[in-house]
Design a protein around this ligand. Structure first.
Ligand SMILES: Cc1ncc(C[n+]2csc(CCOP(=O)(O)OP(=O)(O)O)c2C)c(N)n1
Length: 570
């Protein structure tokens, strides 16, 4: 059974279809290629027809990051549209982030008209010659799961449904659809389409019984099993399955380089964020959704340690080189794999050994918390403010209605994230500028939650803050931004220290190419878009300032920003 809609153009039909497919938002950074789309939005508004809500985002980095933020909270892809090749080029850092974080996005760009005359959408601007490229899809191709150019009206439904289905199929990720202006602008009268997508939706998968049993044998037979994870929490429902496996084994769970909340931090088997101290003893390790569980050139497991990988794609096949070895690799939905493993382990493991391990893991859990608390205590009065103290003060604000989007500097030892979907960190791709947009997208997805973006001053600047604060005000998305302002790119400095310990750069004064002094008054950037924003230099004032900022966000529903001046790294 099909549905028939009266439409004026392909663009009109496209919007009709996006709504029918549940796409709620259309994050856009427009150009001349948008003319048929803008006309269709206006026509549908005048006719009272539904549309995905159009949001103007005046820079492509936050535009893509907003769709990323929305997808990481809801799991659902939204549409992003940017201006031909130049908009796509600006957006691609964000697409790389989304690809490596498995965030589904329908990424689209107009395609420059190819006809010089003869169509409603033919070239009529000087840029229409220089903005054509030989292969526009190639700009994004390596970092999307699929790309295509819409060739004609007849294929609209098939192409959009295929794009959305591929984006969401695991491992999820962005897809790229280019939309030629002539096609979008073509006159149409009716559009017949199926009310719901009939594109194949691959079902959840789990490894066969034999490899699960083999992995369970390895784990149940180990004296010191260990679980390392980075991103299994992308699926919040997988977290109870992680708990089930950890409890079945009595094994500590380490969130190493984590980009999601993967295991409740207050669970006694949460073993912290650094696996190094465990490697000497671990005789079996389960690596769960982790592209980089350790550094082969740094601290790593003993060669005889048995390794089990659990992931949608344990090969991380989109990475050119990744040499982490495995004795058993269990592909499929980690939630199902972990539950199956937990069941298999329970039936064969020695309960006394589990009890014993659990007792030791709990002791270590307590010891670590004491160590982290004393670190915060020591930092509390330090002036200039220390990063640890900012982390502790922000950490104290986290409740079960908070989402933190962390691009760089929040130290999670100083917080206690326990609710699935409450913590998100930068993509493994590390394209800076993600945090501000992702926090706005998260707020759009979870309007009743308090969203806090914790950003380095570097990360803040990469996030096109003028555009992001504008979006926050224009679309009523009040978030709290906390800038950890060390007036430097410390990550780059750290890389230099590790590359050339005590070398020229480390011994000299100001390290070239890593300094951000003199710092702008970032609070003024937020105030320029109607936000409440202050600079904080006194460590004792920080908790109160954070409370005031939260009040602004929660009660006045206005964005807030704290520019926290912290100790400058060497
Ligand atoms: C788009 C992009 N450009 C450059 C880099 C390289 N880079 C990695 S970390 C970093 C500095 C981050 O600075 P900041 O956010 O202030 O945090 P800090 O390192 O000072 O803690 C830079 C420039 C990057 N990751 N992404």
């Amino acid at each position: 059974m099909t549905k028939r809609a009266t439409v004026e153009s392909t663009a009109d039909a496209y919007l009709e279809l996006l709504v029918a497919r549940g796409v709620e938002y259309f994050f856009a950074n427009a150009g001349t290629d948008f003319a048929p789309i803008i006309e269709a939005f206006a026509k549908r508004a005048a006719a009272g027809q539904p549309v995905p809500r159009p949001l103007t985002v005046p820079h492509e980095v936050p535009a893509v990051s907003m769709a990323h933020g929305y997808a990481m909270v809801t799991g659902r892809p939204q549409a992003v549209m940017v201006h031909v090749i130049v908009g796509a080029a600006n957006a691609i850092g964000g697409i790389m982030n989304a690809a490596r974080s498995n965030a589904p996005i329908l990424f689209t760009a107009g395609r420059n008209p190819i006809t010089e005359t003869g169509h409603a959408g033919s070239r009529d601007r000087p840029i229409h010659w220089a903005q054509e490229s030989f292969d526009q899809g190639s700009l994004a191709r390596e970092f999307v799961k699929w790309d295509y150019e819409l060739r004609n009206f007849a294929q609209l439904e098939t192409v959009v449904d295929r794009a959305l289905a591929i984006a969401q199929a695991e491992p999820a990720g962005p897809v790229y659809l280019t939309l030629p202006r002539e096609i979008l602008g073509e006159r149409q009268e009716t559009f017949d389409y199926a009310p719901t997508s009939r594109a194949p939706r691959p079902t959840e998968t789990v490894a066969a019984r034999a490899p699960i049993a083999k992995a369970a044998q390895i784990l149940a037979g180990a004296a010191h099993p260990l679980i390392i994870t980075k991103a299994v929490g992308r699926d919040p429902v997988a977290i109870p399955a992680m708990v089930a496996l950890a409890e079945a084994l009595g094994a500590p769970v380490i969130e190493q380089f984590h980009t999601f909340l993967n295991f409740p931090q207050d669970h006694p088997l949460h073993g912290g964020f650094d696996a190094t101290p465990y490697f000497g003893r671990a005789d079996a390790i389960v690596v769960v959704e982790s592209d980089v569980p350790w550094f082969p050139s740094g601290s790593h497991p003993r060669p005889e340690t048995k390794i089990v990988h659990v992931a949608h794609d344990p090969l991380f096949s989109r990475y050119p080189v990744r040499g982490f070895e495995a004795d058993v690799a269990l592909a499929g939905h980690p939630r199902l794999t972990l539950l199956a493993l937990a069941d298999a382990v329970k039936s064969i493991v020695d309960p006394a050994a589990v009890q014993d391990r659990r007792r030791r893991a709990e002791e270590e859990h307590r010891r670590l918390r004491e160590e982290w608390a004393s670190r915060a205590k020591a930092a509390a009065r330090a002036n200039p403010i220390e990063m640890t103290w900012v982390s502790k003060c922000v950490g104290d604000l986290v409740d079960d209605q908070t989402i933190v989007v962390n691009e760089y500097d929040l130290d999670t030892t100083q917080a206690s994230f326990t609710v699935p979907g409450s913590y998100f960190a930068s993509s493994p791709a590390g394209g800076l500028g993600w945090g501000l947009g992702a926090a706005l997208g998260a707020k759009l997805a979870a309007p009743d939650k308090t969203v806090i973006a914790t950003l380095g001053d570097g990360a803040y600047m990469f996030g096109a803050p003028t555009a992001a604060h504008w979006v926050s005000r224009a679309y009523d998305l009040p978030i709290l931004t906390v800038i950890f302002n060390n007036r430097a790119w410390n990550a780059v400095k750290r890389a230099v220290h590790s590359f050339a310990k005590d070398g020229w750069a480390a011994r000299g004064g100001a390290m070239p190419l890593t300094e951000l002094d003199p710092p702008p008054d970032y609070e003024l950037v937020c105030r320029a878009s109607g936000g409440w924003a202050e600079k904080v230099e006194d460590p004792a004032a920080l908790p109160d300032m954070l409370q005031r900022a939260l009040k602004v966000v929660r009660e006045e529903k206005r964005q807030a920003l704290l520019n926290v001046i912290v100790k400058k790294p060497a």
